[in-house]
Design a protein around this ligand. Sequence first.
Ligand SMILES: NC(=O)c1ccc[n+]([C@@H]2O[C@H](COP(=O)([O-])OP(=O)(O)OC[C@H]3O[C@@H](n4cnc5c(N)ncnc54)[C@H](OP(=O)(O)O)[C@@H]3O)[C@@H](O)[C@H]2O)c1
Length: 267
Amino acid sequence: MTDNGRVGTRGRAVVTGGSSGIGRAFAERLAARGLDLTLVARGAERLDAPAQEIRAMHGVDVQTIAADLSTPLGLDQVEAHVRQVEGLRLLVNNAGFGTTGPFAQSDIDIEEQQIRLNVLAVVRLTHAALTRMVPTGRGGIINVSSVAGFQPGPLDATYAATKAYITNFTEALYEELRGSGVRVQALCPGFTRTAFQQRAGWSQRAVPGFAWQEADDVVEASLRALGRNQAVCVPGWHNKVLVATSTKSPRALVRRISGIFSCRAFR
Ligand SMILES: NC(=O)c1ccc[n+]([C@@H]2O[C@H](COP(=O)([O-])OP(=O)(O)OC[C@H]3O[C@@H](n4cnc5c(N)ncnc54)[C@H](OP(=O)(O)O)[C@@H]3O)[C@@H](O)[C@H]2O)c1
């Protein structure tokens, strides 16, 4: 980032989950600003197309790392890259997934994978990036959380809890880093049109049309908020209303309404 808070036009951004959805939208916007990229995801072939398109369109260097961030081996590989890659300016911890259904009937190994990816990978990569950024007094980290983190999530209990962790963790770092020149942001989108819902088993029909956003609009809001050094970015007026209502209402009421909504939304 430059001193005026904009993402600079030189240096590199590491984007996890950069092959699809919100991560891909980040990759395109950051390349358009002239940043070189490292894109991380599990599927090597799913990384190839965006990498080639971005190189061709923006003339930046795009490296790809095919790694599963929910495994110690994959996480080590990406952590090592973050520790040594030249010109690190921005880390976008975006890779994540959700599960739905009663926790008691869930596959506990998949719940653990979710915690490893949505929480542990974010914590370790954030630490690796900060060891580079703090001594130089510049750089930025965007941790992709969710509006789901502002209330308990019956039938997506683990997912909502991982996102509550990420928002709280990032806000705490924001205060620790005040005056350091390094910016951190928790990006908390609501329903965004990506592959996420299908993978998580959500019924998109349960969500009214006005509640949806495009990944590109989410990313634009996030980068604008980073420019203003905003700790938490909730894109979209409807999501802002949801968060304000959730955080100001009695917890028991919020929990109950979440439960009723979840029963409709999850197949
Ligand atoms: N879409 C929404 O409505 C919404 C709302 C709030 C928050 N979010 C958050 O936004 C973030 C991005 O989600 P999205 O909506 O863009 O979903 P998406 O389209 O499913 O993209 C997920 C990305 O993460 C990668 N990924 C998944 N598991 C991985 C693993 N174990 N290791 C490395 N990479 C992995 C995927 O590639 P591979 O499958 O090839 O690994 C893909 O590039 C997530 O953190 C999600 O929780 C989404």
